[in-house]
Design a protein around this ligand. Structure first.
Ligand SMILES: Cc1cc2nc3c(=O)[nH]c(=O)nc-3n(C[C@H](O)[C@H](O)[C@H](O)COP(=O)(O)O)c2cc1C
Length: 384
């Protein structure tokens, strides 16, 4: 692990300042801890609270263990159901700033809906988080997907392509505010800024890492053009397919003179034996799934028996109950380590995953899976 030791006024190269660019071939992050239940749509009593207290404990634990990042979900309204899934959520920029102030190494992302935040206010919030953490803030740009969240703000969602046209202007304005010029104008189709003055700048003369997880061709193009990291779905059935997805994104970025790291998301259930892991998975996400919340999520995405047929509907229901579609990782430490190593060999730079209860499950993962990854050469040996 590269721990930065230079004083805060040194001008770092971006690659030197980021935990995301340390020696570990596969970066590991925790995804979704800022929301109640995280990414497990379950009713089990040990489900994740999403409270500040638990997030703080988790971040400190993760930081000590060498986990590289924490990625929150930008959620303003829960999905209802018996648990009001994700109904309690901490705002992500302030969440990140608080966690960064209490940790030493990891990157905390803000997941920011471009249409809901004025770009100059957002840019200054990012700078503040980045300064407070000496360069450990990251930005996940999202354009929005839940209509009723936008209604809360009195903001109408644009049609899909225009969301990314708007996001393009938004990120250009943010980057200008971060850039070397203190004063600038911006005259876009959507965003018009006059006589802007933007000081201070991000920490160390560089800028925060930017990621996006667009799944559509337009979203992917946006990520390739503007971002350092692209989060995509790893195939649930074929590592070759994942390798092709990764290579295609990296090649397309290279063709534009850009370097892009590709990440995936997943859900881990790791227990001493495969049987125990499978039993817990079954208990938490099948027997005790919050099916009414799952059906609400599917309804928002227009996935129903009528639109996709019975078989596909049932497949999607199970898919969404567990991690809203992330890669399933259920097994003993050997199996989980092997799966992570295969993802690394497929070209992924990292993975952000969740647990049913992050605080209960992370210590076992760190004790058993991380040393295996070190022995496999996927992660560098941690210093004592
Ligand atoms: C890792 C990951 C994190 C995401 N986080 C959020 C989020 O917090 N809030 C949100 O509204 N959308 C989130 N999304 C949705 C994506 O930003 C994107 O809108 C979605 O994948 C659909 O792709 P499209 O916008 O290209 O159609 C996330 C998706 C992934 C895979």
């Amino acid at each position: 692990m590269n721990v930065r030791t230079a004083p805060s006024d040194t001008r770092f190269a971006m690659r030197e300042r980021m935990a995301m660019y340390n020696d570990n071939a596969l970066k590991i992050g925790l995804f979704g801890a800022n929301c109640s239940s995280g990414r497990a749509v379950t009713m089990v009593p040990e489900r994740w609270t999403g409270s500040w207290e638990d997030n703080l404990k988790l971040a400190r634990l993760a930081d000590e263990a060498g986990i590289e990042f924490m990625l929150p979900v930008g959620r303003w309204k829960g999905y209802g159901g018996d648990t009001d899934y994700m109904g309690t959520s901490l705002e992500t920029i302030t969440w990140a700033t608080g966690l960064l102030a209490s940790t030493k190494r990891l990157i905390a992302f803000g997941t920011v809906h471009a249409p809901l935040f004025h770009p100059l206010i957002a840019a200054k919030q990012f700078v503040t988080a980045d300064q407070a953490s000496e360069g450990r803030f990251g930005l996940n740009i999202v354009v929005g997907w839940n209509e009723d969240e936008f209604q809360m703000f009195g903001v109408t969602q644009r049609e899909h392509e225009a969301r990314y046209d708007y996001a393009q202007e938004w990120i250009e304005a943010v980057k200008l505010a971060w850039g070397p010029q203190d004063d600038f104008d911006y005259d876009g189709r959507f965003i018009k800024l006059k006589k802007v003055r933007a000081k201070p700048k991000p920490f160390g003369g560089t800028r925060p890492l930017i990621m996006n997880a667009g799944a559509s061709p337009t979203g992917r193009t946006f990520a390739i053009r503007n971002c350092d990291a692209f989060f995509t779905q790893a195939s649930r059935t074929s590592m070759d397919e994942t390798a092709q997805t990764v290579k295609a994104a990296k090649d397309d970025a290279k063709a534009q003179g850009r370097e892009l790291d590709v990440y995936a998301v997943g859900v881990v259930t790791c227990r001493p034996t495969r049987k125990e892991a499978e039993e817990y998975y079954h208990y938490a996400t099948i027997e005790n799934a919050d099916w009414s919340a799952v059906d609400g999520i599917l309804g928002k995405k227009n996935i129903s028996v009528a639109t996709v047929g019975e078989e596909e509907f049932q497949r999607q229901r199970h898919h969404y109950a567990h991690g809203l579609g992330g890669l399933l990782m259920v097994g003993d430490p050997d199996q989980i380590a092997k799966q992570l190593a295969e993802l690394s060999r497929a070209g992924l730079r990292g993975i952000g995953f969740s647990f049913v209860n992050y605080l209960n499950e992370l210590p076992y993962f760190c004790d058993e899976v991380l040393p295996r990854l070190e022995r496999m050469g996927i992660r560098a040996k941690r210093k004592a």
